[in-house]
Design a binder for this molecule. Sequence first.
Ligand code: FAD
Length: 319
Amino acid sequence: MKVTEHYEKASEPLISFEIIPPKRGGSVKTVFESIEKLMPVKPPFIDVTYHAAEAYIEELPDGTFKRHIKRKRPGTIGLCAAILHRFGVDPVPHLICEGFSKEESEDALIELNYLGIDNVLAIRGDDSGTSYNQRKNGTVNKYASDLVSQIKNMNNGIYLEEIANADPTDFCVGVAGYPEKHFEAPNLDWDIHRLKDKVDAGGDYIVTQMFFDNSAFFTFVEKCRQAGITVPIVPGIKVLSHIRHLTSLPKNFHLNLPDALSNEIFNNPERVREIGVEWCIEQCSQLLDYDVPGIHFYVMGDPQPALDVIEKLPTANKV
Ligand code: FAD
């Protein structure tokens, strides 16, 4: 079922999750165990991130250097198929522009269609140092809005090459939004207009980047509505549960941590997880009062902090 149908049919805000595939050579059993722990919450859908190949340099014993390009976390499509067929939950594979030609994106979408997967989150991805997209200039999707257009074209039976009577796909397409603006955007208003481009291209719903200050989300939603964006906007939420999150979250996700949160952790580092869970419960309760369609938890590899929060929330995925 499509993500938008889940929201339309729900009588309560829906709790959904985002997980990451294991590192190359890692055990998928560990991921299945994590998903198993999420099942009592009855998530309507689970997102699985996609990871572009990355360039890295290896120093050889003779002191010379060798450049490698490798996808560290392959397996998104396989994991999505397992989520659908093993757990009976709708998977939402992320599909990225970075590292994909348009033809490769089309092939991936054909695979997803054959697997009976109804949803995709269309994302640009970040430059992973492979220069892949620059090398294939012209045959790649530059922005997420270009990928959304490609998917919507396929939904209308328009493939890259003209194919008579091509079978149309029927994907529901999610896109990413940034309450604190995307780091490359000159300002929030400009970024919201680019978000509107994605929605106008066919984005059916928006999931936001994580944030820790709800006022940023409320302002973002207000500005989106003023800009004419009418699709559901789902807050993406992460529980701050490690001391290293104080630096890694702002650095990797270009977000601000409120002083009240960071100061409390700084003064009580041994209680970091407890403080993070309490902060998140408060944040989610406010969001539920604001009538969000759902809350999307970034669980990454560890579902427990999110489960500790959900246990205290006045919602259980009732449809
Ligand atoms: P876009 O919407 O293409 O925007 C990127 C930047 O370009 C923005 O600054 C925007 O304002 C600007 N822009 C857009 N259109 C134009 C235009 N026409 N002209 C000029 N500027 C323009 N990364 C992964 O690698 N894998 C994942 O699975 C993944 N999942 C994510 C899920 C969510 C919910 C979120 C919020 C992010 C995710 N990311 C993921 C990170 C994402 O790839 C990065 O944030 C990336 O830098 C931007 O992706 P986007 O789809 O928002 O890009």
